[in-house]
Design a protein around this ligand. Sequence first.
Ligand SMILES: O=C(O)CCC(=O)C(=O)O
Ligand SMILES: [Fe+2]
Length: 315
Amino acid sequence: MSDGIRVWDLEAFRAATGEERAARARDLDDILRTTGFLTLAGHGVPQDAIDDVRAATAAFFAQPPEAKAQVAAPYKGYPYGWLGPLAEALAASRGEATPPDLKESFNGGPLEVPGGVDDPDAHAFCYQPTLWPDVPGFRAAWERYYREMEALAARVMGACAAALGLPEDHFEPSLRHPVSALRALNYPATDADPEAGQQRAGAHTDYGTLTILLPQAGSRGLEIRTPAGEWAEVTPQPGCFVVNIGDLMARWTADRWVSTLHRVVAHAGQPGRQSLAFFHQPDWEAEIVPLDGSDAYPPVRSGPYLMGKFRATGA
Ligand SMILES: O=C(O)CCC(=O)C(=O)O
Ligand SMILES: [Fe+2]
């Protein structure tokens, strides 16, 4: 089944002026109001930064479990490192009991700890060190890609401000030290049928502002729940990212934009699939108040809000 995910070109927006720029901003607003998902063209991330992180993460996952275990989270609740197979069920974030997801992941956080953060929760939950695997070139490739994602997220947030009719620098004071996370995902090839209700990633919404996803080229199985209530497959487009809105952005826009339910389906006889998800999250202390001036939601702080979402799933 083909998808209804529209392509939106960031560089074309940034190069445009006057009425054309306004029209491209309106188009972005329209996409984020209806599906909350888009295929991002014109992203400006160098291809070799993408190729290098793909090669590094593939080499990481290809190691035997004992090697991966060397960068497993050292205690329950440690935010980063290797999460082995069957460690998480994303559907639990919506109170649904399912068998665990058929995946493993490697997770890392901000590359620097800013001065002046007093909240001990910020240190325990966000500013723990990323654990570096002993894979040649891994750290350099990961850090470069992380920085590219931070810069891309800032450009997309500028466009989002325009789409909301705000000055393009509107979000900048909330994005001085974002507490974003990068997650590499490996969904092993399957031969047998999954258990009833088991998926590669169970149905969930993302928690933060934006997710910038790099699905494996030619891979299948990522689906979004359409406004009509059906599951529609997202087909990865060569040279593009998939970008979607998370719960915090829905809240910030007082539900003008939608944080759409999505999943990665499992069935027998699937080839392996690897993806990279960058979960963009404003500064720990940033106060998120509905942008339309309404009282649709009480103010929350970005970091504690995110931590609350994770705690609610027992992660
Ligand atoms: O791997 C994918 O394509 C999507 C993963 C996802 O939705 C997530 O980890 O939040
Ligand atoms: Fe997701």
